[in-house]
Design a protein around this ligand. Structure first.
Ligand SMILES: [Zn+2]
Length: 154
């Protein structure tokens, strides 16, 4: 990264901020030769590989639309959905990978959705994990009961 004023290659970072809800990082730099200040933006792309093998950019809107159906009639607000989608994106980005399987996004949705609303979670999981028998529901509900009886993490 060279200085846009004098092309010197050495600069120091004077300020770092997350921008775009954590999707990119903005750094304020100062050239160590001419002392000019300039800003750089680093963003990492995140692509989703679909079952068909094609890929597309990760989209929070798609996470939200996928979860919204499961939340129909439940006390879940648009803000809740937006927060959930942000959490899902942050968790996926933590893995450090630039590409993620569509299936893994479904997995990343399950835990925060369970925190948000257990009924919506069961609906989503039933489609996503293709529950096809009463036993599948019972197993999942038993798991929820176990979780509910554990002390909450602070
Ligand atoms: Zn310079």
């Amino acid at each position: 990264m060279h200085c846009p004023y004098c092309r010197h290659t050495d600069s120091r970072v004077v300020d770092t901020r997350a921008a775009d809800d954590g999707g990119s990082i903005r750094r304020r730099r100062q050239c160590s030769k001419c002392n000019s200040r300039f800003t750089t933006v680093e963003s990492t792309s995140l692509n989703v590989i679909k079952r068909s093998g094609t890929s597309e950019p990760f989209s929070r809107a798609k996470v939200i639309s996928g979860v919204r159906k499961a939340c129909h009639g439940r006390p879940v607000t648009e803000d809740d959905l937006a927060q959930l989608a942000q959490l899902v994106e942050e968790n996926i980005r933590l893995s450090g990978s630039a590409e993620v399987d569509a299936h893994d996004i479904g997995l990343a949705i399950l835990a925060p959705l369970r925190e948000l609303d257990v009924v919506a979670y069961l609906r989503f999981a039933s489609v996503y994990q293709s529950f096809n028998s009463l036993e599948d529901f019972e197993a999942s509900i038993a798991e929820l009961r176990t979780l509910a009886s554990e002390p909450l993490e602070s």
